[in-house]
Write a protein that binds this ligand. Structure first.
Ligand code: ADE
Ligand code: ZN
Length: 334
């Protein structure tokens, strides 16, 4: 298959991967032992049991309940370095040349792990990726929307020196979507953008929430990108707005299937978005849990949609254009 070969070789940009979601069961159990973390009885006991559990998530919340327990084995700066390093090697193998990675500092703070040690460990992994693997990187801090917005604001305040130092480049919003609409976090976003106008703003929206969550992320949080954004498909006006304003949607096909956002990847609005000039990229979300990294996600789209070479070039160009890297780096990526 010529097309498959082309897709394997295509230079890729990742915009939607949670580093905690790249924690493979092997490393998870190693860290649990090394750090003396006792996992709850309900947690899988072996790598095989993990794979079995990961094959039947009911929805986003069912996954998240597992994800937050899994990451409890991460305790020290070096654990985060090791986690990031392992992910960047996977990305490199998939010909990913630029990667923007999410992390959830609030999910570690509750175990007494400081935002500084998480950020420094991950930033060291980013530097390793650039030096050893030639991957350009961006670190995006996400706020957990299931926690009170006042705690989000505290986290933003604690992170200001890290943004100042240039260790973090973006702000995102993730976790359980529907009960926690985007406008709750208006103040968190405006604080960051008032202090650091060049920091990239994004938010998960329209994964389980309807199109109004996408709309409100744009109007209240001033994001320039939307993570998932699948439900943009519900509104013709929104489709037009997103296309005209070049808002990139970061699609995650394998994730949507595993979390039953769609029953089949063929249901994703890939054709609709291409026909209407909606820019999107293809991403891995939580690859250790969803069974595939960025290339597997590209190949899943290839398998379900008979896209032309021209379509793939549009996807590839849009994913470079929507990246938060320098114009010089974008030229190199082409
Ligand atoms: N955190 C990690 N993966 C996520 C997803 N797909 N949606 C919301 N929050 C997440
Ligand atoms: Zn995500």
């Amino acid at each position: 298959d010529h097309m498959e070969h082309f897709i394997r070789e295509l230079p890729k940009c990742e915009h939607h991967v949670h580093l905690e979601g790249t924690l493979e069961p092997e490393l998870l159990f190693q860290l649990a032992e090394r750090n003396g973390v006792a996992l709850p009885d309900t947690f899988p006991k072996t790598v095989a049991e993990c794979h079995e559990r990961y094959s039947r998530f009911k929805d986003l919340q069912d996954f998240l309940d597992h994800y937050y327990v899994g990451m409890s084995v991460l305790k020290h700066e070096d654990d985060f370095f090791e986690l990031g390093k392992a992910y960047f090697h996977k990305a490199h193998a998939d010909r990913c040349l630029h990667s923007e990675v999410f992390f959830d500092p609030q999910a570690h703070a509750e175990r007494g792990v400081s935002i500084e040690s998480v950020t420094r460990g991950l930033n060291r992994a980013c530097q390793y990726a650039t030096k050893q693997l030639g991957i350009s990187t961006r670190l995006i801090m996400c706020l957990l929307r299931h926690l009170p917005p006042t705690e989000g604001l505290d986290t933003v305040k604690q992170s200001l020196t890290l943004y100042e130092e240039g260790l973090i480049h973006g702000l995102g919003l993730d976790s359980s979507e529907k009960p926690f609409p985007p406008e709750l976090f208006t103040e968190c976003y405006s604080l960051i953008s008032s202090k650091f106008p060049s920091v990239g703003l994004t938010a998960h929206a329209g994964e389980e929430g309807d199109h109004s969550y996408v709309q409100k992320s744009l109007s209240h949080l001033n994001v320039t990108r939307i993570d998932h954004g699948v439900n943009t498909k519900q509104s013709e006006d929104l489709i037009k707005h997103v296309a005209e304003n070049e808002i990139m949607l970061t699609l995650c096909p394998l994730s949507n299937k595993k979390l039953q956002v769609v029953q089949d990847i063929a249901e994703l609005p890939v054709d609709l978005f291409l026909r209407n000039g909606v820019p999107f990229s293809i991403n891995s979300d939580d690859p250790a849990y969803f069974g595939g990294y960025i290339l597997d996600n590209y190949l899943a789209v290839h398998d379900k949609f008979n896209l032309s070479l021209t379509d793939w070039c549009v996807i590839s160009k849009n994913s470079i254009k929507g990246s938060w890297c320098s114009e010089d780096r974008k030229k190199e990526l082409h």
